[in-house]
Design a protein around this ligand. Structure first.
Ligand SMILES: Cc1cc2nc3c(=O)[nH]c(=O)nc-3n(C[C@H](O)[C@H](O)[C@H](O)COP(=O)(O)O)c2cc1C
Length: 313
């Protein structure tokens, strides 16, 4: 403690009071005439990551921005992750000036706009376009029903730069006079083939995209960001249990499904705390597939979360 100084958190604490690493994303949304406009955003994080009915991200945004107003009106956006390149970051910062109208900001826009997968699957629908230069894109729909946001999420009145309400939402919709949060359902993830291959077929240091890190607007002058550096993998020390202790846990399940030793051997590295859940997941899969005995072969099928993608190759 003696090596630290106390620092009061101030508004926008992530950039006024911390060094907080963030992504840089150009958020594509639809204007009133159905054209796509882009705004740069960093306060964007995975929100529901497992165990819910879908996956979501959360976006924190000035509520008078084109992006917030367009999401309130149409509920759709594309999250475009551009690789680290000074010319891209320059463009992103240029698009961050508050108050510019979409026609002004999109004039001479140098990046390549194209339709995403949502549009391909629903040619009559209108969806924000995506940027071809991105290494990954997430197509999203705002979950307007959460936190009662559907009750009062209406566009700002003409000439107003913020909302005046008796109360504000906690985590979705208009959350303060100038702020908004949007819980965004992940509809599609579009990945460039090289990085798709890294995710589906195995990670290597050279298989990562060049991801930039934003540190926000700091000296009332600059947006600070750091360049991509090749990642380094740090091995997780594996703690191994024995087949007999996995067998002990398996024998306690209420089921007729049996496990062979070579199947259980594949679970000796699973932390003990997760074993009952993992075993129950295997049994559920076996019951759904009418299998009475789980061998190593069935375990491989269960473990291969990416098998569908691999067969699509
Ligand atoms: C790299 C970068 C990151 C930004 N991140 C955010 C953010 O997370 N939330 C926010 O409200 N504004 C953020 N801004 C400021 C917005 O980009 C700015 O309000 C801009 O006017 C929004 O554009 P839009 O009105 O077209 O949506 C960021 C700006 C830059 C350059």
């Amino acid at each position: 403690m003696k090596d630290f100084k106390n620092l009061e958190p101030k508004d926008n604490f992530y950039q006024t009071s911390l060094f907080f690493p963030m992504p840089v994303v150009l958020v594509g949304t639809l204007t009133e005439n159905g054209k796509t406009t882009f705004g740069p955003y960093s306060l964007l994080a995975p929100f529901w990551v497992a165990g819910k009915e879908c996956y979501t991200m959360i976006l924190e945004c000035r509520n008078s921005s084109n992006t917030a107003q367009n999401i309130i009106r149409t509920g759709k956006c594309s999250l475009n992750f551009l690789p680290d390149d000074k010319k891209y970051f320059k463009q992103e910062v240029k698009m961050g000036w508050p108050g510019d109208k979409p026609e002004e900001k999109m004039k001479d826009f140098p990046l390549t706009m194209e339709d995403g997968l949502r549009k391909e699957e629903d040619p009559n629908g209108i969806y924000p376009q995506i940027l071809a230069e991105s290494f990954q894109v997430v197509e999203c729909t705002w979950l307007k029903g959460l936190d009662g946001a559907d009750q009062d999420s209406v566009p700002l009145e003409e000439g107003k730069d913020h909302y005046e309400r008796a109360s504000y939402h906690n985590f979705n919709g208009i959350t303060s006079p100038y702020g908004a949060h949007f819980v965004l359902r992940i509809d599609k993830i579009l990945m460039k083939p090289k990085y798709w291959n890294t995710i589906v077929n195995g990670v290597t240091a050279s298989g990562f995209p060049r991801v930039p890190t934003d540190f926000g607007y700091r000296d009332s002058k600059n947006f600070w960001y750091s360049r991509f550096k090749k990642p380094h993998g740090e091995l997780l020390p594996q703690r191994q249990t024995t087949i007999s202790s996995v067998r002990y846990a398996a024998d306690r399940l209420q089921t007729d499904v049996k496990f062979t030793d070579d199947a259980l051997e594949k679970l000796v590295r699973v932390p003990r705390i997760f074993l009952p859940t993992v075993l129950k997941g295997c049994v559920k899969w076996a019951e759904e597939n009418n299998i009475k005995v789980i061998t190593a072969k069935e375990m491989d099928i269960i473990n291969d979360k990416r098998s569908k993608e691999k067969s699509k190759k």
